[in-house]
Design a protein around this ligand. Structure first.
Ligand SMILES: Cc1ncc(COP(=O)(O)O)c(C=O)c1O
Length: 369
């Protein structure tokens, strides 16, 4: 039996017709940019998160970049982030001429550690950029306290954390802004690149909207530009696809959590560190189900041999990437290095069958037997 790490095939089987109809409707309308689908998706996505504002953008990287720029991050500023993340978290900062400053992660949650972040603050620090890695919320209490004390902004990288919650609040609504990716493999995925920024601040929302739309004033003259902006809009076809999928997101999230619970129960007692479901309103949404194993590479080989998909996120922490050689030199982030050495993702997608989860668990147990 082959079990993929991720498959969108069953989603396509179930939603194919409604997705085709939604795309056809846009094609027939002839409106492709900033039309009713984008407006409605923004309202529906904001409602799903209980965010005051959601602004569609072209992708998750630009969601980060635009949120940072709207909050005033620019050349000479520093932004503190984890190194255990996808490269875009850092490159969004660099693209503005600002400097990414890597802090260590909490060894259990693998999210930005507020204590390590506090040690990285300098007079040039402008913002904190926590990542809710794999769907597990970062310690927003600790980070919010630090931001308050030092007068910093918070931009949440929610690319992997649609509907994740910290103490009852959706991520993306706690900091000054949240940046989402709708890359096709994400928990809410478009049929191409797409993203959104969320915020509780309507004035900030307006700046974000202008930055993503060539620096134009919303509702103003077409060729009057008030800021250095970008062509970085969510388009109508992607918004139409996302609107169809958003109606299923809560149910898909529940399925991911059910699958995770089954894994957690079945893999107890093995020499592994297992992720947590979360407690008291703090909700993991399992974009990936990531275990930690000292013999990670051997376990990965064993699973691959049996046709079981698995993946290493992330084998090289960002501060050790060739592109950040200068910033990473001499930097000691032991928990980040440990996570990169031991983390392994097991198959996770909402349509994964219980029998498939059981087969994965059997194969993992066999490895340790
Ligand atoms: C943590 C994280 N941040 C940012 C991004 C960037 O999103 P996108 O690929 O939509 O630009 C991703 C997605 O790949 C991600 O996983």
């Amino acid at each position: 039996m082959k079990i993929p790490l991720l498959s969108l095939a069953k989603q396509k089987e179930r939603l194919g017709e409604s997705l085709n109809r939604a795309v056809q409707k846009v094609m027939d309308s002839g409106v492709f940019i900033l039309g009713p689908e984008v407006r409605q998706f923004e309202a529906e996505f904001a409602a799903a998160l209980q965010a005051r504002e959601a602004i569609g953008v072209s992708d998750g990287t630009n969601a980060l970049r635009i949120a940072l720029q709207a909050l005033g991050v620019g050349p000479k500023d520093e932004v503190i982030l984890p190194s255990f993340t996808f490269i875009a978290t850092a490159t969004a900062i660099s693209s503005l001429g600002a400097t990414p400053v890597f802090a260590d992660i909490d060894p259990i949650s693998m999210n930005l550690d507020p204590v390590s972040a506090a040690k990285a603050v300098t007079p040039r620090t402008k913002a904190l950029l926590p990542v809710h890695i794999f769907g597990f919320p970062a310690d927003m209490d600790g980070l919010t306290a630090l931001a308050k004390e030092k007068g910093l902004k918070i931009i949440e990288d929610c690319a992997q954390a649609h509907l994740s919650a910290f103490k009852g609040r959706a991520v993306g609504t706690i900091g000054n802004a949240g940046a989402f990716s709708f890359y096709p493999s994400k928990n809410l995925g478009a049929a191409g690149d797409a993203g959104a920024v969320t915020t509780q601040d309507p004035d900030l929302a307006e700046i974000i909207r202008e930055l993503g739309n060539c620096g134009r004033v919303t509702g103003g003259p077409a060729y009057q530009h008030v800021r250095i902006g970008y062509t970085s809009r969510l388009d109508e076809i992607q918004a139409a696809v996302l609107r169809v999928k958003l109606t299923h997101l809560a149910q898909w999230t529940a399925s991911r959590r059910r699958i995770a619970q089954r894994y957690i129960q079945d893999l107890q007692g093995l020499p592994l560190r297992l992720p947590e479901l979360g407690t008291a309103g703090t909700k993991h949404t399992f974009h990936l189900f990531v275990i930690r194993c000292e013999k990670r590479d051997l376990l990965a080989q064993h699973l691959s041999k049996q046709g079981i998909g698995n993946g290493v996120y992330y084998p090289i922490p960002v501060h050790r990437q060739p592109v950040y050689e200068g910033l990473g030199k001499g930097l000691s982030l032991p928990h980040t290095d440990e996570a990169s050495r031991t983390a392994l993702a097991l198959p996770m997608f909402p349509e994964l069958e219980e029998s498939e989860v059981d087969a994965v668990c059997r194969a993992v147990k066999e490895f340790f037997a």
